[in-house]
Design a protein around this ligand. Structure first.
Ligand code: CMP
Length: 145
C-alpha cells in the first residue's frame, strides 16, 4: 500500500539535513511537502501530548521548541514502517549497536537528541501530517461526508 508518513528532522539533526534528505531519496521516498519552522513550546507540548506522563516530557518540549526543525511528508510503498526502519531504534546508542547504517546511529546523540522522528502508525501519521499541513486531504475525507 502506498502510504504517507511524517518525518521530522529535529533541532540536533538540522545540520545534517542534506545527508538525511539524500538518504530519504535513496530509499525511494518522494518528499511530497517540506517546511522549516520553529515550534513554540505550546505547539511542541501539543505535538507530544501522548508523552505527557513521561519523566522526559518537559525536556522534550524544551528541546523540540529550542531551534528550527524540518518537517516532511514522505510517500512510498509501506512508508510508515519503512521510514522507521531507515531511522532505526529510538535510542541512538541502541541504533549504533543493532543498526549502524540507520540515521539515528549515524547522526543521533543521546536518548533525547535522536536526530529524526517518524510516525509510528497510520493513525499517528494522519494526525501528525495534519498537525503541520492542516489542508491535507486523506481518502476518508470526503466533502459533505
Ligand atoms: P520520538 O520517538 O520521535 O518521540 C518521543 C521522543 O522523546 C523521542 O523521539 C526522543 O526524542 C524523546 N525520548 C524518548 N525517550 C527518552 C528518554 N528516555 N529520555 C529523553 N528523551 C527521550
Amino acid at each position: 500500500e502506498i502510504e504517507r508518513t511524517l518525518a521530522i528532522i529535529k533541532p540536533d539533526g538540522v545540520d545534517k539535513a542534506n545527508e538525511i534528505e539524500e538518504t530519504i531519496l535513496n530509499e525511494g521516498f518522494t518528499i511530497l511537502q517540506k517546511r522549516s519552522l520553529q515550534l513554540t513550546p505550546e505547539q511542541a507540548s501539543e505535538f507530544y501530548a501522548e508523552h505527557f506522563e513521561k519523566p522526559f516530557y518537559p525536556r522534550l518540549v524544551t528541546y523540540m521548541s529550542g531551534g528550527p526543525i524540518i518537517v516532511m511528508v514522505l510517500v512510498r510503498e509501506n512508508a510508515i514502517l519503512h521510514w522507521r526502519e531507515v531511522i532505526g531504534p529510538t535510542k541512538p546508542s541502541v541504533a549504533r549497536e543493532t543498526k549502524p547504517d540507520s540515521i539515528r546511529a549515524k547522526y543521533g546523540g543521546d536518548d533525547e537528541h535522536n536526530a529524526v522522528h517518524g510516525s509510528d502508525s497510520s493513525t499517528s501519521a494522519e494526525r501528525e501530517i495534519r498537525f503541520f499541513f492542516p489542508d491535507t486531504v486523506f481518502e476518508s475525507t470526503l466533502i459533505g461526508d
